[in-house]
Design a protein around this ligand. Structure first.
Ligand code: 5GP
Length: 118
């Protein structure tokens, strides 16, 4: 997807501090925030700092090592939030509900023993 000349993504603006959102974890290449509209007790977004790939298909083709880094950061972030097990979701395309075309992974989980939490 050609993105040259477009506005910075909402995630780039968060990374720059232009839109407030706590960065809960970061590496050189990837950062993690809490989703503003959580769909599970734990709902994090794992995002490459560079806005180079619009979706996971482009990322997998263009930089598979960065995709692997996102998965590892998702594991650490879920663990830090209290979940050993988690769902990792990449909405890919408008028809699948993707709204931000700066690739990101949703990490969805419940906390340990968290049946009553929602
Ligand atoms: P998508 O539907 O593109 O896979 O997911 C985009 C996600 O970004 C949505 O779950 C939405 O709630 C989240 N989101 C959109 N704007 C903001 C924001 O300003 N801050 C945070 N923390 N999350 C956002």
């Amino acid at each position: 997807t050609e993105r040259v000349g477009t506005e910075p993504s909402i995630f780039t603006r968060i990374l720059r501090g232009e839109i407030p959102s706590e960065i809960v974890l970061q590496t050189d290449d990837v950062f993690v925030i809490r989703d503003i509209a959580p769909q599970a007790p734990i709902h994090l977004l794992v995002i490459p700092k560079a806005d180079e790939y619009a979706d996971v298909v482009e990322l997998a083709a263009g930089d598979p090592k960065l995709l692997a880094s996102m998965v590892e950061v998702a594991r650490v972030a879920a663990s830090q939030a209290g979940a050993a097990d988690f769902r990792l979701i990449f909405n890919t395309g408008v028809g699948a509900g993707q709204t931000v075309f700066h690739v990101h992974a949703h990490v969805l989980a419940t906390r340990f023993g968290g049946l009553a939490e929602a």
